[in-house]
Design a protein around this ligand. Structure first.
Ligand code: WTA
Length: 651
């Protein structure tokens, strides 16, 4: 990044004073009560991870822990294991087959209880069916399914036979699906007739057909019947799950696989239009997700864990499927949206299953704030004991609302920073040990080493801001971008050679706490100062009338860029020029005059990806009047038109 003030990588303007030490009663029962995990990991980082890896069952024990030839790591490489066996068989063998793996809740209100024994049988039947369809160890399988129990079973079935899978989020279009199938050269596609969402049916099979028509590698399409509507059918290629899978044997030998065998590919957006196929492998990944799940969420046998993500994203892979199952945990899995049939659905689910740990995204939290406390108060949420946040920076106002209104003031909050590429949570409090500050993800997980550096790669002093880098390998780290070594090296390892460049801005306060400030490609330059979009958004959202805000830098002839803020008001409030002035001054009060938005545009909604991330790049393009790039990941494309029309009118 060209910058005359190269070593002042970011202006860190916000200050957050409140702090929340863990309650003594929480610490007394916590899986980690003191700093010993941190100390062990610092003393002997490989030994620490080896100890975590040994909580798994290995068919062939590993001798070597880490081989690091930057930028490629191998973990436990001479060991062998099977992920499905670790997630299922070993719990059943230990007499825990009757434990619930998933309390599954369908959107229309149907429900299924899936025990570990049930999930093992389902997985084995699916693995045998894949074998009958010609899938062998090493072949790739694409999965495009709604949030139903057959989805984790399909992933585990692939893992059982060593066929790397790629889950494509069911909200993606046929075009997005076909690109991923092509890149992965998948042989079989597993899908469903449809899925339920917001009361309607998503036509998955039709999308799947459109996608397959554009590709050349798919031999069979395996279709679960979920919604029972008529679907197009290609004889010979298409197979019903209930016909093929259900007649298979519930026994299937798990293949002993080298630790570095590819477990899955997950496609994620980068700075170009072509998504990157992030490669995750077997032994290190399972070690990383099970250890973080156990310690970050303080998981106990009687917990009911709910990660409210979609399995189509990495959060679902790691914390709905592999982490919780490796730990033998009981999870909730919910098919639909939070507002069906009404805006209290999540709170109803928590009350129904007595959920103890909830893990969700700040966007969801801010949406609930917007909807108002009334929906929350209708339900008994006293089962909750721990809350987690993931996916984007959480502004202090949302953090405090989450803590008070959802957590009743008694639940620690773990703000967990990580990425598709990291596979596992890397920066997070340990809830029994670390005093939290609203909006800070606090410190690296034991064994993880992070730094905040300036443009020249120098560590910034306390109070400074810069780029987040990771200083040493971790077990669940990506093993590259599928078939694209050059892009892997360029994206993550060339900015600061030898160190992993996350692409996030971060601030480290005087006490060493890390504050993630959003993607650096979303950082603005205002009169030569860099200001994080997140900080301005946080200031706006702290205004009682604001539900959500997205801030971008708009080209400006005088100041280089000017702050352009898109603001969504909480229900019951009207936009006006007076409010616009009030909000500008509110930001000035919270951060400083430098951060005063030049333009505030009120918008009934903001363009978001289907995973709930605000697409700031798109807003920047709209505000700057440049042609729009890729909009295929938008949840609701009409939002863009609404905003664009309004912006045009304003000019
Ligand atoms: C952002 C999601 C602040 C960050 C697991 C990262 C966060 C990107 C946090 C990865 C957090 C994730 N605080 N920012 N707790 N967690 N992010 O691949 O910008 O969908 O680079 O993985 O999300 O997004 P991804």
């Amino acid at each position: 990044m060209a910058d005359s003030n190269a070593d002042r990588a970011l202006e860190a303007l916000a200050t957050e004073e409140r702090r929340f030490p863990p309650a003594a009663t929480f610490t007394a029962q916590a899986n980690t009560r003191d700093r010993s995990l941190y100390e062990h990991a610092e003393r002997d980082f490989e030994g620490f991870w080896a100890e975590q890896a040994r909580t798994l069952d290995w068919r062939k024990p590993f001798g070597k822990v880490l081989e690091w030839e930057a930028p490629y790591a191998k973990w436990f490489a001479d060991g062998e294991l099977n992920v499905a066996e670790n997630c299922l068989d070993r719990h059943v063998r230990a007499g825990r087959g009757a434990r619930v793996a998933y309390h599954w809740e369908g959107e229309p209100g149907d429900a299924r209880t899936v025990t570990y024994a049930d999930l093992l049988a389902l997985t084995n039947r699916c693995a045998n069916a894949l074998g009958e369809l010609g899938v062998r160890t090493g072949d790739r399988v694409a999965i495009y399914m709604p949030m139903i129990p057959e989805l984790p079973a399909a992933m585990l079935a692939c893992a059982r036979i060593g066929a790397p899978f790629t889950v494509v989020f069911a909200g993606f279009s046929a075009e997005a699906l076909s690109g991923r199938i092509e890149d992965a050269e998948a042989k079989v596609l597993i899908t469903a007739d449809g899925g339920y969402r917001k009361g309607g049916v998503v036509p998955l099979k039709k999308n799947a057909d459109d996608a397959v028509a554009r590709t050349t590698t798919i031999e069979h399409v395996l279709v679960v019947r979920r919604t029972t509507q008529e679907v197009p059918w290609t004889a010979g290629r298409d197979v019903w799950w209930h016909e093929l899978v259900e007649r298979q044997s519930p026994e299937c030998a798990a293949v002993s696989l080298p630790a570095e065998h590819m477990l899955y590919l997950l496609y994620t957006s980068g700075t170009t239009a072509k998504p990157k196929g992030i490669v995750h492998t077997t032994g290190g990944y399972l070690t990383g997700v099970s250890a973080t799940h156990r310690y970050v969420f303080d998981i106990k046998d009687d917990d009911v864990f709910w990660c409210a993500a979609d399995i189509g994203w990495v959060t679902g892979h790691s914390y709905i499927v592999f982490g919780p199952l490796a730990n033998g945990t009981t999870s909730v899995m919910y098919e639909g949206t939070p507002d069906f049939p009404d805006k209290d659905r999540w709170w109803q689910v928590i009350e129904k299953y007595r959920v103890t740990v909830l893990y969700c995204a700040p966007t969801a939290i801010r949406t609930f704030m917007k909807w108002g406390d009334g929906y929350v108060r209708k339900h008994d949420l006293r089962s909750l004991r721990l809350l987690g946040s993931v996916g984007e920076p959480i502004n202090p106002e949302a953090w405090l609302w989450y803590q008070e209104t959802i957590g009743g003031g008694r639940c620690p909050i773990v703000d967990t920073w990580w990425m598709t590429e990291t596979g596992m949570i890397l920066i997070t409090p340990l809830p029994g040990v670390v005093t939290t500050k609203p909006g800070s993800a606090t410190f690296p997980f034991p064994g993880v080493k992070a730094d905040v550096v300036d443009d020249a790669g120098r560590s910034v002093p306390p109070g400074g801001a810069g780029y987040l880098v990771l200083e040493r390998p971790w077990p669940a780290m990506l093993r590259g971008i599928y078939k694209d070594d050059r892009r892997y090296r360029e994206t993550y390892w060339s900015r600061f050679p030898g160190r992993y460049f996350a692409g996030d801005g971060a601030k480290r306060d005087a006490e060493g706490y890390l504050w993630l400030m959003g993607r650096v490609d979303d950082v603005m330059k205002i009169s030569g100062h860099r200001i994080s979009t997140t900080e301005v958004e946080s200031a706006l959202v702290s205004h009682p009338k604001v539900a959500e805000a997205a801030v971008i830098g708009r080209e400006d002839p005088v100041t280089g860029q000017a702050i352009f803020a898109f603001v969504t008001l909480r229900s019951g409030n009207e936009s006006s020029d007076a409010l616009s002035v009030e909000l500008r001054e509110h930001v000035v009060k919270g951060i400083g005059a430098i951060a005063r938005p030049k333009t505030i545009m009120f918008s009934p909604d903001l363009p978001k990806t289907r995973s709930g991330k605000i697409m700031r790049r798109l807003l920047r393009d709209i505000a700057n009047g440049v042609p729009l790039g890729d909009t295929t990941t938008l949840a609701d494309a009409s939002v863009v038109e609404t905003i664009r029309t309004a912006t045009g009118a304003e000019d």
